[in-house]
Design a protein around this ligand. Structure first.
Ligand SMILES: [Mn+2]
Length: 343
């Protein structure tokens, strides 16, 4: 059998405080577009089913219209089954929007811990929808059906670091475990995968993104397909204090020339005589989709000038005392300048 595994779509995401309103609006639409592309791919490849392992949407921003939009997209898959669990962002309770719209009968939404048997495929699909009371340390026993393929959908962290950890050693005997929650794609075991979020959602989510296509027969074959519309990129740019503003601008322009369509973060590092002035002098082409500058430059200074300006105060005194030990002097000056800047 052949199927698609995705998770962490985060439809409706608002990007509050992260992106300007105009850009956020475009990105919200692109999350939808990305999802539509996955559904279209499933349909064109005529897979047997599609798995969505939670965080389909963000509850606080998702409206009934949005849920109708979601249903109208997923309901186009008339012959392809869809299995959906809820995650921590779209958790199920009595008010869940999943109950307020009509889904075709080939769409299976797990309301808690349950399983569905698909006899024509000799398949049992198990799933746990996340809710606030779930305890993965207790709720991990499943009724495996021996002559069937058994697949599990579950949303949580297998690394144990998170607030709803899953102990994968407790869940065996599955032909495939379709994980959600961790946004970075990862194979955590021979039979257990995170597909990652199909579209980067913030500057921590850089790199290639997409969904997994799985062939399951006697053995498991998992293939990644990149379908992201735009990438997040982070560039650390080391500034040399001798560089002119023109040179720095050209350097940034060169780097961004291959990423015009993307969401880019430029981090300026190193020393410069006037970091704020440099930051304000960076010219960004209007054809770039979105670029932000993070200024981590520290102010460079010349000891001679500093001494002349501070002869009468503590900084001048420190320069006199430590003039033989340049390294100690640099550390002391840096601390004094920092203290001064905080005032
Ligand atoms: Mn998520």
């Amino acid at each position: 059998m052949k199927f698609i595994h995705t998770a962490d779509l985060h439809l409706g995401r608002f990007y509050k405080g992260e992106l300007p309103l105009e850009i956020a609006k475009i990105r919200r639409e692109e999350l939808w577009k990305n999802f539509e592309n996955i559904v279209k791919y499933a349909s064109e490849k005529n897979v047997d089913f599609l798995l969505i392992s939670g965080d389909i949407y963000e509850r606080e921003y998702f409206t009934l219209d949005d849920m109708n939009r979601f249903a109208s997209i997923i309901n186009t898959l008339e012959d392809i089954k869809v299995f959906i669990i809820a995650g921590n962002h779209d958790y199920i309770d009595k008010n869940t929007l999943y109950n307020k719209v009509r889904f075709n009968k080939n769409i299976y939404i797990f309301k808690s811990k349950e399983y569905f048997d698909i006899d024509e495929l000799k398949l049992r699909v198990h799933g746990i929808s996340w809710d606030r009371d779930i305890d993965f340390s207790k709720d991990l026993d499943f009724e495996i059906k021996d002559d069937y393929k058994n697949i599990l959908l579950i949303h949580g962290s297998v690394s144990g670091k998170d607030y709803f950890p899953i102990d994968l050693d407790k869940i065996k005997n599955f032909d495939y475990i379709a994980l959600g929650h961790i946004h970075l794609r990862e194979k955590v075991k021979e039979n257990a995968y995170y597909p990652g979020s199909p579209e980067g959602l913030n500057f921590k989510e850089v790199g290639e993104r997409g969904f997994l296509e799985i062939h399951l027969k006697d053995k498991l074959d998992v293939k990644f397909t990149n379908n992201q519309i735009r990438k997040y990129n982070v560039f650390n740019i080391e500034i040399n204090k001798k560089e002119s503003i023109l040179e720095i601008n050209n350097k940034i322009k060169d780097i961004l020339s291959s990423y015009k369509k993307d969401l880019n973060r430029i981090i300026l590092v190193g020393e410069y005589e006037n970091p704020k002035y440099l930051e304000n002098s960076i010219l960004l082409d209007s054809e770039y989709f979105y670029t932000e500058i993070i200024n981590e430059l520290s102010k460079s200074y010349s000891i001679e000038d500093l001494y002349l300006e501070n002869k009468e105060n503590i900084i001048g005194k420190v320069i006199e005392d430590l003039s033989e030990d340049r390294e100690a002097l640099n550390i002391a000056i840096e601390a004094l300048m920092e203290a001064q800047n905080e005032n």
